[in-house]
Design a protein around this ligand. Sequence first.
Ligand code: SAM
Length: 356
Amino acid sequence: MSRPDGKPLSAPERRTRVWDPPGDATESAAQLALPGMAEEVSGEWTWTDDGGEMEPADYVHATVMRGEVVQALAPRTGGVYVDATVGGGGHSEALLEADPSVRVIALDRDEDALEASRARLARFAPRVAFVHATFGSVADVLRELGVATVAGLCADLGVSSPQLDLPERGMSFRREGPIDMRMDRSSGETALELVGRLDERDLANVIFRYGDERRSRRIARSLKRAYGEHDLHTTLDLRRAIVRGVGPVRVGGVDPATRTFQALRIAVNQELDELEALLRALPGIVEEGGTAAVVSFHSLEDRLVKHAFLRGEAWAPLSKKPLVATEEETAQNVRARSAKLRAARRLPEGPGRPAR
Ligand SMILES: C[S@@+](CC[C@H](N)C(=O)[O-])C[C@H]1O[C@@H](n2cnc3c(N)ncnc32)[C@H](O)[C@@H]1O
């Protein structure tokens, strides 16, 4: 399945693709047209120009470990807190509700998230500042705002439900969309551009390192071939090329594309570099006695946070082991199952404290 002229999509062309089924074929039949799952259905594809706009009210993300994060930060009267990943605004809301004198600096690299959280937190308006920025640059953001240190910071890593679920974000292999995967659609390289730029070996390394995928070489070869043949246009094309490399076998019930999609998303958004930059900046921006709390969702992230909090001289971890979500929460929110919360208190100034 390819675009009518057979060329990859250019940036302005990255739009929602609409299925125009033949006769009585349904959209869900088209969605099932995945290798190893169902027969492809023939029909017409047209590209609409809606640009994937979403209304704030459509942004629904269930906040993970909301109570635990706020309890770890223990908001103090008059304290200024950074929510490094405001998303739909759940953690910020909990902080703002905890004490009427608390103020929050809310960061996100995704403008849709900022718009949604601005709407949700409108009632706290004078107490929240929204900033479109990556958390790796949090020290610069605070400097520009004229804030020396903050009483605490929380970060709820990874992607939000809307980012994962909206086809036009290109992060899901279950929904057809452009091969984008950027959390910030205003800048940076898309996943398709990344696949085109990296050579086969580097692509395999990305898939192995960030996806923990043993079959990375075969997948990289298949992706490069599909790219070279102008066969990669949508997320379903990407999944098809992955399946072509390794076969439609599900390992432990997991779709063969799962790990590669995760790896490409992490690479496109430089998620681990961002986290490392945040962890480096933290001791310089959290005041003595203040707290940093980070919720992570995979072992690569958790390892970095654990290392920073347990080994660094700057921190006293609130617990040696990470906190996990309650059974009640995981029963309601599948995403919470892999969440790990680590929190640490900033130790008093010492020789090891990095300068800002
Ligand atoms: C899991 S969601 C946060 C959900 C939020 N805590 C809530 O309650 O709705 C993660 C958010 O972090 C943002 N994000 C991820 N990496 C980021 C980074 N390096 N800098 C800034 N924002 C980032 C994503 O765009 C997304 O909106």
